[in-house]
Design a protein around this ligand. Structure first.
Ligand code: FE2
Length: 358
């Protein structure tokens, strides 16, 4: 029992620091992810979550292995690296400083490497248990460095100061109860996708436009004319507005005029559905699939990468499906095709028709 307690306590401490760090990181990750995923070495987000859990368990076990044998010589160094780990989250993510974060994580690299070398000399098992953390740390160092060299905030002063957030754009209220979709889209999924991801894109957009000419522009004009972080966040705010507005728990049929256009273009409604869901399933990585119309009223199915929106290609979006993993992972795990097939039955086609210029 005492042994179990000695193993369990360090794991619990690691987890507490990990969860707190993750909480601090969540907003910045949403803002930076489009930058980070351009790095050729970035895995899908789920890999981070799984690796995070395994690594923290191994870190706790490493110290537990030392302590259970009565060796407390590495305790101070272990706590020091855990504090540095937390400090890195604060500097890099909460204070949005890739430079200070990079300095901190380099110090952490040295501390962890020292811990491993000293521990392997005393208790090899404990040292090797800590090694995966060091590998993860090297990768985090690379990501921090990559963000430092590639991320260019549109308005650095505004991104550093939360008190300057304006309320120009607000999270639009949903026209339906988020529990009304049953297992097709759960309330928990809405809580995260709508309540956290969509909200973060709006908050980030508001933060980035402070003191810039964009502060007096509408969302679509910002999406058409911005670049970098502001483009990523404003486009994601617009994409999610179209996505959530276009859902309904009580779908009706496609309005006659739109249905005829769909049949004229795709041969039949069934062909359209098949083509749309196939495109959603086969899109590599994160992005969106749209039913859009060109300036002559021709319909087309297009996919866009990351935050891109059809209005940047002179097309008018009528409806869309979000195929970022965060849109379906809670309810469908990795089954994107099942999500697409379910989703197509939850479209509010009246909204799609209302968005059309024809
Ligand atoms: Fe999304």
């Amino acid at each position: 029992m005492r042994k179990f307690f000695i193993y369990f306590t360090p794991i619990l401490i690691c987890y507490a620091v990990g969860i707190l760090s993750w909480y601090i990181q969540s907003d910045a990750l949403v803002e930076w992810y489009p930058t980070i995923i351009k790095s050729p070495l970035t895995p899908p987000p789920i890999v981070f979550t799984i690796a995070w859990s395994i690594i923290y368990i191994l870190m706790g076990l490493s110290l537990g292995t030392m302590l259970v044998r009565g060796d407390v010589s590495m305790l101070k160094l272990w706590i020091f690296q855990l504090l540095l780990n937390f400090l890195w989250s604060v500097l890099f993510f909460a204070l949005r400083s890739p430079l200070l974060g990079f300095i901190c994580i380099l110090t952490l690299d040295v501390a962890v490497f020292t811990y491993i070398i000293l521990t392997i000399g005393r208790r090899p098992a404990a040292g090797w248990l800590f090694a995966p953390y060091f590998l993860w740390l090297l990768f985090a160092t690379y990501l921090n460095g990559y963000t430092y060299s590639h991320y260019k905030p549109t308005n650095p002063a505004a991104t550093m100061n939360n008190s300057t957030i304006t309320s120009q754009f607000v999270l639009p209220a949903l026209a339906y109860d988020t529990s009304a979709f049953g297992t097709a889209l759960s309330k928990e999924s809405f809580d995260y996708h709508y309540g956290k991801h969509f909200k973060a894109y709006i908050d980030n957009t508001n933060r980035l436009i402070v003191g810039t000419p964009y502060a007096s522009m509408g969302l679509e004009d910002i999406v058409k004319s911005s670049e970098g972080a502001l483009l990523n966040n404003s486009a994601q705010a617009l994409n999610h507005r179209i996505y959530f507005e276009g859902l309904t728990p009580t779908p009706k049929g496609i309005p006659k005029e739109l249905q005829q256009r769909i049949i004229d273009t795709f041969g039949s409604t069934e062909n359209f559905v098949q083509q749309f869901t196939d495109t959603a399933t086969s899109l590599f990585g994160s992005g969106w699939v749209w039913l859009a119309e060109d300036k002559d009223g021709n319909l087309l199915i297009i996919s866009t990468k990351d935050a891109d929106n059809p209005i940047r290609h002179n097309l008018n979006p009528l409806m869309c499906i979000d195929v970022w993993e965060h849109a379906y992972y809670i309810d469908y795990r990795n089954r994107r095709a099942d999500f697409a097939k379910s989703y197509i039955n939850l479209i509010d086609w009246d909204k799609a028709q209302a968005r059309s210029n024809f």
